[in-house]
Write a protein that binds this ligand. Sequence first.
Ligand SMILES: [Zn+2]
Length: 577
Amino acid sequence: MDSTSPATTLTQPATGASPQDPLISAPTAVNGHAPATPSTIAATPSTTPVRGRAVIELTEKPSIDGVAARLLTPEQASRLKAVPYAFDGRRVLVVMADPADTAAADELSVLAGRPIRRARLPEDQFEELLRSAYGATATQMAQRLGGAEEEDELLANLTAVDAQDVHRMAEEPSVVNLVNLIILEAVKSRTSDVHIEPFDRSLVVKYRIDGDLKPQTSPPKALQAAITSRIKIMAGMDIAERYVPQDGHITLRFENRKVDIRVSTVPTIYGESVVMRILDKQSVQLDLQALGMSDADRAEMDRLLAMPHGMVLVTGPTGSGKTTTLYAALTKLYDPTLKIITVEDPVEYELGGINQIPVNPDRGLEFATGLRSILRQDPDVIMVGEIRDGETAEIAVRAALTGHLVLSTLHTNDAASAIGRLLDMSVEPFLLASVVEGVLAQRLGRRICQSCVQPMEIPEALRHRILATEAPLFPGGRAFKGAGCDKCDGSGYRGRIGYYEMLTVTPAMRQLIAGGKSTSADLLAHAAPTHISMRRDGLLKASKGLTTVEEVLRATQDSEVMMSPGNKSGVAGVKPA
Ligand SMILES: [Zn+2]
């Protein structure tokens, strides 16, 4: 993410900004405070032009209008080093320690909800003004923060957060605390994404927990601009730019663990919609057993990962947990004697001892270019976040041919389709046939809360979707569900579980692939006898009370099978058109 941006976007129209103005071209750190160059401080007249607007040069402390001062909280005032002290028509006059700090000025006008006019006070008097406006606390806070970077401040603020601090924050209403609370509550409740959605008359906050969106208490609509700005500042985004989508990143510490948050903003007709994806390494199960993979599938995965070269693919739609599976595989593979390099979009979790490269299309670093460079880094194992195009596919296949173990993902509904997809990308059939070793397809479903699991009769609506070959898994038409308890907030579900299809490439399949005409049905006809579909894997888990039949059918419906008579495993793998 780009942490700097030119200070050219304004919240107010820049009337008469002259190109000669030295401040216009001064780069402004989005999350820091741009140092004023000496030439801009040497202001002898009573006003100095900043962006065509005069900065009021005060020689002594102004008297403070309490209404103006209360436009900012003490934290905001000390962080932005600014004190609003009077009104001038619609504008509010603000003494700033550094009037050239465009980012601070932009934020001030957002927080104050009106245009600002900047004023400067001799440096030695600013601290005193801050103290008289907000009391000693703010001054102390300002001194403590000193020249600290914004990120350090956040890290420090959130380093030792415990339940008491959360309560204290709740008692001190400020936008900063509100945003902190929204994030901390999310981390505590195993939320994967926080959605902040602006509507005509409301601002809606939702948490995605175990795959489902749950509405939260919504903050007042009036705070929308301040909340969005605060998040954008934390994420190192340009707060003045509100009309184009932006991406950013927040790192914070919570109960001594590091939590990465990927932030995305998109302009909607009612303002910016914000989504924060929480990448909490500790809450992710980087263990294939914990992910619910069966012993047989794990044994096969271990065998594939132990190969010195070749290609192993994981397929599924977005949100099916492919990346988590690959991370689990890499964690398992990690060995200081191996060089492991990844190229990812984006890097979701930092893995110790593994070289992770984020793709950066703006700078010309795509999967294909990244992969090509990786090959010159003498790797043993390569992970490519996703194969999306023929060029990446071709380099990946070549890497697998030349003595590397290559792991990657593809967007296909089932395992066998991955082969067809790669052939469609113009990969040479005989090359693909010689490198591809196995394909894992997967979906995620909700896991039944093990504190309140109980048997139940499968409802009629679901029962008729269970095939004759599957019915024996549920004697008496009975399966399981969660009754709902404290541990699962009454939902009956807690956590998620994977449904897997492990397709090992057999010699017969290699011949088919080399022939270049390999439909999924052909390939599956030559699969190992132990092969089972994702749906069947899920139903086996449902029969053991780990998940519900409903979840399995929901999660695997896009890979729904066409039953062919005599197919003992209940798999044909062809999606109905
Ligand atoms: Zn429960």
